[in-house]
Design a binder for this molecule. Structure first.
Ligand code: GDP
Ligand code: GDP
Length: 436
């Protein structure tokens, strides 16, 4: 199920980030807690009633040294391009300003649903102040107070009322959905074009891809794939499309819709910090991951070059030790054809179920060889384990006390499970649960 995207728009200081934080609350941690992953508070997950949605604070996406009005306009354009529903925030303290009117005009032309929220209505007496905002032309303004948490429920009721009804992704289990992420210019679109060759199909008419019309259909040796679009494959030109935070945003959305993520590196340039950020999110999101080193044609090589590069990758991406590494060239097409089978293998492992009896044998054997260490005189006891889910494979381990399950021991068990069953190309999740 794809999530709807909601964007917050408005001039500086109206309270956008205050409201963003209110709605997202602690759930931003999926991005924030993972080491090296983006800490920008611009992209989070909110939920209201039964709906989970992406939330973007467009105010957090700064456009470099673009003039103020250009920046505001670009933020509105970005919201229009990315969002299903826009929350347009104004402030009761200042009343309608010319910048509000400017933003309003852009949003009005877009025909996207806009919910107008008048912030800083901190007490009921101020509610009369919202009437002047009718002049912006977005119907009834919702009085809210970000800092006091007032009125947000009514506003969110209105927001979810506008969610599109076609959010259901095509749940065709036979089609593997993958995306390519990575910094600009690493060669993502070149790889896609080389894979698709002359038969490039734009699948705007395929069910479930209506919202992102630039997904591509691809077939190799009888296996069907959908290549999920990311920023690098879009028309370019807008100011915001050049900003790093925008490319991160597009990547995060693509990751959400993918089964498998290809983290593309530039063999010529090596590994940069930004590569790690996005890969970290794909890992956290539980997607299958393959590391693709592109532009291998321009690298001067001897018989150790590949091995050295592999070692560098392993050192930088320790949390991705399960990800296969493939060296390719989109330009010469060398080894490109090895990619689809690796994607298929990762996808199979991503949805692999193992037998409970075999799983427990492996775990009991691991414990016998390497008993859990004691913690303040108490020892972790593992009673049994069971696989509770796939995509990614998820295991619940029943123990005497989950507090005693330390990261290093969990890691040890994970490694034993990997040795026994493979699971190459997919993260696996372990959850320790108490059973007495
Ligand atoms: P942004 O620039 O639009 O993201 O605005 P911020 O969220 O950074 O808020 C700007 C200022 O307005 C801060 O000083 C906030 O504390 C204040 N603020 C935000 N929401 C409210 C509110 O509901 N009432 C009042 N009185 N102040 C608020
Ligand atoms: P994207 O921004 O990640 O989609 O990157 P592009 O596919 O637009 O490629 C950026 C530049 O790198 C273009 O000039 C490509 O021609 C070039 N490029 C892409 N793949 C390769 C490759 O395998 N070898 C070489 N030498 N150049 C490549």
């Amino acid at each position: 199920m794809a999530k709807a995207t909601v964007a917050i728009v408005g001039r500086p200081n109206v309270g956008k980030s205050t409201i963003f934080n209110r709605i997202v609350g602690e759930r931003i941690s999926i991005v924030e807690d993972s080491p090296g992953v983006t800490r920008d508070r611009i992209y989070g997950t909110g939920d209201w009633l039964t709906h989970e949605f992406h939330l973007i604070d467009t105010g957090g996406i700064d456009m470099g040294d673009a003039p103020f009005l250009v920046e505001i306009r670009e933020q509105a354009e970005l919201a229009i391009e990315e969002a299903d529903v826009i929350i347009f925030i104004v402030s009761a303290r200042e009343g309608v300003t010319s910048t509000d009117e400017e933003v309003g005009k852009i949003l009005f032309r877009s025909k996207k649903p806009v919910v107008l929220a008048v912030n800083k209505v901190d007490n009921p007496e101020m509610k009369a102040d919202v009437f002047e905002f009718y002049s912006l032309g977005f119907g009834e303004p919702f009085p809210i107070s970000g800092s006091h948490g007032l009125g947000l429920g009514d506003m969110l009721d209105e927001v979810v009322r506008h969610f599109p009804s076609d959010l259901e992704e095509s749940e065709d289990e036979d089609i593997i959905k993958f995306s390519l992420i990575g910094r600009p210019n690493v060669g993502k679109s070149s790889i896609v074009n080389a894979l698709l060759g002359e038969d490039r199909v734009i699948v705007s008419d395929i069910a479930g891809t209506t919202r992102d019309a630039t997904d591509s259909a691809y077939e190799f040796e009888g296996q069907k794939y959908t290549i999920i679009d990311t920023a690098g494959m879009r028309k370019k030109g807008k100011v915001y499309e050049k900003t790093e935070k925008y490319s991160v945003l597009r990547a995060l959305k693509a990751i959400d819709r993918s089964d498998i993520v290809l983290v593309v590196l530039n063999g010529e340039e090596g590994i940069l910090e930004q590569d790690k950020k996005i890969a970290g999110y794909a890992h956290e999101a539980g997607r299958g991951i393959i590391i693709v080193v592109n532009k291998w044609d321009v690298v001067e090589k001897d018989d150790k070059t590949m091995k050295n590069f592999e070692e560098q990758i392993r050192a930088h991406f320790q949390f991705l030790d399960y990800a296969p590494i493939v060296f390719v060239s989109a330009k010469t097409k060398k080894r490109l054809i090895t990619l689809p089978p690796v994607i298929k293998m990762a996808s199979e492992n991503h949805s692999l179920r193992v037998q409970s009896s075999v799983l427990n044998e492996i775990i009991m054997d691991a414990i016998a060889r390497n008993p859990a260490p004691t913690d303040k005189g108490r020892r972790l006891k593992i009673l049994y384990a069971t696989q509770v889910g796939v995509k990614p494979p998820t295991f619940v381990v029943f123990v005497n006390d989950p507090e005693l399950m330390h990261f290093s021991y969990e890691r040890f068990l994970e490694n034993r499970i990997r040795e026994a069953f493979g699971f190459e190309g997919t993260p696996i999740k372990m959850i320790a649960r108490a059973r007495t």
